[in-house]
Design a protein around this ligand. Structure first.
Ligand code: TNX
Length: 490
């Protein structure tokens, strides 16, 4: 137990003298939080307590409390991560959590869960410590490709639990690709009726109903995770053209595609059906996700000439802006007209990045997902049976040892909004395969996104990541034994 279990490592940890604090049953919680804030944060504390088999009980502010929750919006130091700041103090007398937002409380509870030691006799001990913490970057995400291979809501929920454990705050769902369409759009029923039934070879098909997505977005929000929906245009669109033939010049639906090629499919700016399609789809995306972001894809549209590419991405951007949401687009979208404050997601280190740099100079924010550091569908080693290797092999250490502010030469450092891991599912089809590729690397990227560069070091991380495996095992998450780590013996 203790601070050696903390991932991502907090900005400030002061280990105190004294005996551990032992939680009793029920856990007496005293709070001065508003009802609205308390209603948002209590379920997350309840989740932690359930792991310990202890119920929660509210007591008066002047009663004997084990946990005291205090709302203070001044907590943390000025900077980009401040709204998510928290302090957590554990003494022999009890636990005090101070935060200014629900997210701050969620992060404090995640730290609390990592610090706790549950003994054989069921008692739960917490070490005396003071933690003062806030994230380095405002965006810490995972992008999950449910387009190639579908992952049902119950599995996505377990991915959200992992994200919350490591204080991530975004889950980006890649909802459409050549192989499948996963978003219900009621006024475009063929999208799911036809392309909800297709997938990459070996992968699962399916789609999220409006109810599924609403359940997922709420579940994620109640753990501090915002869902970022992506419908990928103008390439990666075979699932769309398989459903609606009017989107191609031949006016016939294209055949279903279950291979692994990229870049062959496309939309057409001069077809009258295209703009109506983009309007309907991006309206549905915006309506079905309460978060402030919509991702319009924009990657690998190899069949589309530049001027037409720009025209098509601009059409999608226009639709997103109508819903008053912030546009997110893969790096190729630097060519389009992006309003200042839009987010450009860097992924391909092989590309010429001058367009990304000039977009950043115009006020576009850059999200760091370099494939050779963050693509968790890359094999760990040549022996890894799953995944791909086009961006190289990616062992744990390489996903840890890099600085998002130092990835792109000449990029203004304050334009980096954060870090996003990605997992593409051409060859990853089951939940077990998925988490085997995520873990332990997701822990490394959690710390890259959260902890200040000067405070990070591999030796410390290597010790702490080894201690995560027991929680993964208890919760049924498959994981990979990266070399050089003191994993528990089998
Ligand atoms: C590149 S990342 C892609 C995806 C593939 C992935 C496989 C990006 C924007 N495009 O279409 O699934 O590589 O690793």
């Amino acid at each position: 137990m203790g601070v050696s279990h903390l991932i991502p490592y907090p900005q400030k940890v002061v280990v105190q003298e004294g005996e551990p604090f032992e939680l009793g049953s029920p856990i007496a919680v005293a709070t001065s939080l508003s009802d609205a804030l308390l209603t948002r944060v209590l379920p997350a504390l309840g989740d932690v307590a359930r792991d310990w088999d202890l119920p929660l009980g509210l007591v008066d502010e002047d009663g004997q409390a084990a946990v005291t929750l205090i709302c203070d919006s001044e907590v943390g130091t000025p900077g980009p991560g401040r709204p998510e700041a928290y302090t957590l103090e554990i003494t022999e007398a009890g636990i005090t959590v101070t935060a200014g937002t629900a997210s701050g409380f969620f992060h404090a509870f995640s730290a609390l869960a990592q610090l706790a030691d549950r003994k054989e006799d069921g008692s739960v001990l917490l070490p005396p410590v003071l933690i003062v913490d806030q994230p380095r970057f405002e965006w810490r995400g995972l992008s999950l490709d449910v387009g190639r291979s579908f992952f049902p809501p119950q599995e996505v929920k377990r991915v959200v639990d992992l994200l919350a454990r490591y204080r991530f705050n975004r889950l980006h769902l890649h909802l459409s690709d050549d192989q499948g369409w996963r978003l219900q759009v009621k006024i475009r029923p063929k999208l799911t009726a036809r392309s909800g039934k297709t997938a990459v070879e070996g992968g699962r098909a399916g789609f999220y109903t409006e109810e599924d997505l609403s359940y997922l977005t709420e579940y994620a929000a109640s753990r501090g995770v915002t869902i970022v929906p992506e419908v990928d245009i103008p390439g990666h669109t075979n699932a769309a053209t398989h459903a609606y033939g009017e989107l191609v010049p031949e006016a016939e639906p294209t055949p279903a595609y279950s291979g692994m090629q990229v870049g062959f499919s496309r939309l057409h700016a001069d077809l009258p059906a295209t703009e109506a399609f983009l309007r309907d789809v991006f309206q549905a995306v915006a309506d079905q996700t309460p978060g402030p972001y919509v991702h319009v894809g924009g990657d690998e549209a190899f069949q589309v000439e530049e001027h037409e590419y720009v025209e098509l991405v601009n059409m999608a951007v226009k639709q997103v802006l109508k819903s008053e949401k912030t546009v997110v687009v893969w790096q190729e979208g630097a060519k389009a007209d992006l309003p200042s404050g839009s987010i450009l997601q860097y992924w391909d280190p092989r590309a010429d990045l001058s367009g990304v740099v000039s977009a950043a100079k115009r006020g576009v924010r850059i999200l760091m997902s370099p494939a050779n550091r963050t693509y968790l569908d890359m094999k760990y080693s040549e022996q890894t049976p799953l995944g791909q290797d086009w961006a190289g092999l990616l062992e744990l250490r390489a996903s840890y040892e890099w600085d998002p502010n130092n990835e792109i030469a000449l990029l203004p450092a304050d334009s980096v909004i954060g870090v996003e891991a990605g997992i593409w599912t051409e060859k990853i089809h089951t939940f077990e395969d998925l988490t085997y590729m995520l873990l332990p690397r997701l822990g490394a990227l959690a710390e890259v996104g959260w902890t200040e560069q000067a405070e990070r070091n591999w030796d410390s991380f290597a010790k702490r990541i080894g201690k995560q495996a027991s929680w993964w095992d208890q919760n049924g998450y498959a994981w990979h034994r990266s070399p050089g780590i003191a994993w528990p013996t089998k």
